[in-house]
Design a protein around this ligand. Structure first.
Ligand SMILES: [Zn+2]
Ligand SMILES: [Zn+2]
Length: 366
């Protein structure tokens, strides 16, 4: 199969013919139909996440089940599926604690570059290529754990399903699961990107009254408003904190959702949140970055500082729910998809992302 392989950090991905092994026990071979190019792919490719090479990136994908391994009961060949990049085992400490995104089995697999048994199905057996988050979708085919396959309705386009596989669920869940936004609340979304616009939509769906979009690029103001923001604020404005207080009864927002991965933005998110409010950190910072906040006021602030990954809930439940909201016209996802390209243009897509392109580039396979 054709795949885009990362062999050295900060270099172009190489389009290669890669061998792919048969699915083993409770694994599924999926023909990828669409895969989005996400900032997490870019961070990995630029060497900011300390991944072991070589690997095939890509973790936001949808496709068709081609073949199933022994013991698979969840899907059958021909099923249309979106892939979860955190397929959880259902039996470990964190799965039992209702934190499936922290699953020990998935975590071990992700670190190893393998699937659940920590071995790879990609490349020759003597020199295997690592999987990326149990997906590796910058490729015509992927072998994934059965648990990572989520069946999608027949009328949902593959590109939309792929988008829900990462960016949408991450932003939606941060608001709905981790912040727990209620009708009438005020919400600031710091960083209006692929995740941020979905956080804005989820805040609007949850009934938030004031939704502040905060970004350093004023060109994103219209996009933020189209997705439900009530105000757009410049992230680098010296008066940001005062402006936010002015819009929120002098207090600060009830919830801030940070989606940039920049420590400076995380501090801003903390600063603009009211006492006893929730600060949800979604953005992935580079290895070595640290977050500092004023320690003296922290106990008295009663603020909740919450880490949020993959929406912080149950990804399969949330993905299914979001697709249903899309079908009923309440989540607006089509406009989030920008250029549609072939795998051969993947390096262009990474550069567009670095240059700050607003819409998601989708790699599609005929
Ligand atoms: Zn992603
Ligand atoms: Zn588990």
């Amino acid at each position: 199969m054709k795949a885009a392989v990362l062999r050295a950090f900060d270099q172009d991905l190489l389009i290669e013919d890669v061998a792919i092994a048969d699915p083993r026990e409770r694994e599924v071979l999926v023909r990828i139909m669409a895969t989005g190019v996400c900032s997490s792919d870019l961070s990995t490719i630029r060497g900011k996440t300390a991944s072991a090479l070589p690997l095939i990136p890509g973790h936001e994908a949808a496709g068709v089940v081609e073949r199933v391994g022994p013991g698979v009961s969840k899907v059958r060949p021909g099923d249309r599926v979106v892939l979860s990049w955190a397929p959880n085992c259902g039996h470990c400490f964190y799965c039992h604690e209702s934190h499936p995104t922290l699953c020990d089995v998935y975590g071990g697999a992700a670190v190893s570059g393998g699937l659940w048994d920590q071995t790879s199905r990609l490349g020759p057996a003597s020199t295997p290529i690592n999987h990326y988050s149990c997906v590796s979708s910058f490729a015509e085919l992927a072998v994934v754990p059965e648990a990572g396959c989520i069946i999608i309705p027949p009328d949902v386009p593959f590109a939309v399903a792929a988008l829900v596989g990462c960016a949408v669920t991450t932003g939606f869940g941060a608001v709905v699961n981790d912040a727990g936004v209620r009708p009438g609340d005020s919400v600031a979304v710091v960083g209006v990107g692929g995740v941020g616009i979905n956080a804005i939509q989820a805040a609007a769906l949850s009934g938030a009254e004031t939704i502040l979009a905060v970004d350093s690029n004023p060109d994103k103001a219209d996009l933020a408003r189209q997705n439900g923001a009530t105000h757009f604020l410049h992230a680098l404005d010296d008066g940001l904190i005062d402006t936010v207080r002015g819009l929120t009864g002098g207090r600060g927002v009830d919830h801030a959702i940070e989606c940039t991965g920049r420590p400076m933005a995380m501090r801003n998110a903390y600063a603009i949140t009211r006492p006893a409010g929730s600060v949800v950190i979604v953005g992935i910072a580079p290895v070595g970055a640290e977050l500092s906040i004023p320690a003296i006021g922290f106990p008295g602030s009663k603020k909740r500082l919450i880490g949020s990954i993959y929406g912080g809930g149950v990804p399969e439940r949330d993905i299914t729910r979001i697709l249903s909201l899309y079908q009923s016209g309440r989540m607006h996802l089509d406009a989030q998809i920008g250029a549609r390209i072939g795998l051969g243009q993947v390096n262009d897509a990474l550069r567009w992302l670095e240059q700050g392109v607003l819409a998601r580039t989708m790699i599609e396979f005929a």
